[in-house]
Design a protein around this ligand. Structure first.
Ligand code: HEM
Length: 127
């Protein structure tokens, strides 16, 4: 099987499912929950838009919100290396739960790992 983009490889249905499972874990995580809004409906909607374009699909995020400027949009939140680790752990669990495996999963996870590290804006112990 060959796909034009990583987005085609995962498909909208599985990506949506992944994002929903991911935020249900964020909501329960002791380190992450306090910095996120209580209602994650809008956060999940934006993340679906963002990850779609991140994986080479339609530019839903930019169409509605403009340039992602992800690091800048995260500056209001103190994100330490531990927060990045926690974010990635929730993502890995969500990937397990929706059954993402193999080369695609490794590719996607390693890209998210880089992006998560890039979001760190606060040294450990400063929150
Ligand atoms: C928004 C935390 C990593 C993509 C947010 C928000 C928080 C947050 C608190 C605001 C939620 C809201 O107000 O609705 C974190 C933490 C991370 C992290 C602790 C750990 C490193 C990432 C990564 C990505 C990402 C790796 C993308 C691959 C987004 C997007 C939004 C967002 C697209 C919505 C931005 C908007 O308001 O338009 N994040 N994030 N985040 N995050 Fe993260």
């Amino acid at each position: 099987e060959s796909f034009h983009t990583p987005y085609d490889a995962i498909g909208e249905e599985l990506l949506w499912q992944l994002v929903d499972v991911f935020y249900s874990k964020v909501q329960k995580h002791p380190l992450l929950a306090p910095i996120f809004p209580e209602d994650l409906t809008e956060t999940a909607r934006k993340q679906k838009q963002f990850l779609t374009q991140y994986l080479g699909g339609p530019s839903y995020y930019t169409d509605e919100h403009g340039h992602p400027m992800l690091r800048a949009r995260h500056l209001p939140f103190p994100i330490t290396p531990s927060h990045a680790k926690a974010w990635l752990a929730c993502m890995a669990e969500a990937m397990d739960e929706v059954g993402l495996q193999g080369e695609f999963r490794d590719f996607f996870y390693s890209r998210l790992e880089l992006t998560a590290k890039h979001m760190v804006n606060t040294p450990e112990g400063k929150t």
